[in-house]
Design a binder for this molecule. Structure first.
Ligand code: PLP
Ligand code: COI
Length: 342
């Protein structure tokens, strides 16, 4: 079957595909999951996910290679992160094997929607874990749904590899110092909606959050981690207990060192020291690598490399990362998981 989609101009929007995976957790264990054509979740009105935010999600992508095969990028890392998030919110862990099988099944069942090689587009997978059932007190659910659905996507930020600008707003925090910033839970994103709207209404792509305790250090972008390249060849990225540990960021720390000969540094990134960076970017599954042109902070507007052109190191990192993801460049061991199509 061929589907008619304008692969080059997809953006990042929901599309209802034929199949998604659905499994229930009941009586203390995961039941056998199924692929279903029903895109609506049927849950109790009192489900803890709806009232108290007992829910978690993930994001990963399937890539079509030049040969036409389909592969996932480090899905085991997403499985592990979902397990850490589940621990934080007292939800049952989704075993890695169940997570990986669900992702593979969804990709295989919707394989006509995995964008062709060369379009730059990918199939975005959204695993979701929610607490359900008839509970109204503030306590963990006894039953859960784990679902994985998918859709083809293009660029998350409008520019793609074109730099865009970001806004620092001191009056908003994304997460608390010892809160849930490192967990991939919906509440963090609910907290980012208003600051995100303010930033977008002023023409910025997204917000760059500062550390919630002192407001002196860069934490991350609302939907991606932050990195900067220094003139002396460091790939520097913030280390903080309240940012999401980005799988893309850890991949880039490795590639920066082992493939580009840069010095990887995870540490404090003081907003007063933005001058040390000759290039900067946002990185994540959806964002891939999105160059940051400039950052507005109060009255000050700081340009890194250029507002219109991607910097050379950012471009090399992008080529290396996406080359690996699409199967054109040899991956470090274990990073690529093929999806068998029969
Ligand atoms: N930070 C936030 C707040 C995110 O939503 C994401 C997206 O998943 C990331 C960082 C990047 O993480 P990853 O590279 O694992 O997709
Ligand atoms: C991702 O990159 O997978 C994300 O979850 C970011 C975003 C769409 C919220």
């Amino acid at each position: 079957m061929t589907v008619k989609i304008d692969w080059e101009n997809l953006g990042f929007s929901y599309m209802k595909l034929p199949y998604r995976y659905l499994a229930y957790y009941k009586n203390g264990k995961w039941e056998q999951g199924v692929l279903t054509e029903d895109a609506t979740l049927h849950v109790s009105e009192s489900s803890p996910a709806l009232h108290y935010g007992q829910q978690a999600f993930e994001g990963l992508k399937a890539y079509r290679t030049k040969k036409g095969t389909i592969q996932l990028f480090r899905p085991d890392e997403n499985a592990k992160r979902l397990q850490r998030t589940a621990d934080r919110l007292l939800m049952p862990q989704v075993p890695t094997e169940l997570f990986m099988d669900a992702c593979k099944e969804v990709v295989k069942a919707n394989q006509d929607y995995v964008p062709p090689y060369g379009t730059g587009a990918t199939l975005y997978l959204r695993p979701l874990l929610i607490g359900i059932g008839d509970i109204i007190g503030v306590k963990p659910a006894e039953e859960y749904i784990f679902t994985v659905f998918a859709m083809p996507v293009g660029n998350y930020f409008k520019g793609g590899l074109q730099p865009t600008n970001f806004l620092i707003q001191d009056e908003f925090d994304r997460a608390a110092p010892n809160g849930t910033g490192a967990a991939k839970v919906g509440g963090n994103y609910a907290a980012s909606l208003l600051p995100g709207k303010t930033a977008k209404s002023k023409g910025f792509s997204d917000v760059i959050y500062l550390d919630p305790a002192t407001h002196t250090k860069i934490e991350e972008v609302g939907s991606a981690n932050f990195f900067g390249i220094t003139a002396n060849g460091q790939f520097m990225t913030p280390k903080s207990p309240s940012i999401l540990p980005s799988i893309t960021k850890y991949s880039l720390l490795y590639l920066a060192e082992h493939r580009l000969g840069l010095t990887p540094v995870e540490g404090d990134v003081f907003v007063a020291d933005l001058d040390q960076f000759v290039e900067a970017g946002a990185c994540g599954t959806a964002a891939v690598i999105s160059p940051i042109g400039g950052v507005q902070h109060g009255e000050a507007f700081h340009v890194f490399y250029s507002e219109t052109e991607v910097g050379p190191v950012t471009k090399r990192l992008y080529d290396e990362l996406t080359g690996i993801q699409f199967g054109d460049i040899e991956a470090p061991e274990g990073w690529i998981v093929p999806v068998e199509l029969d």
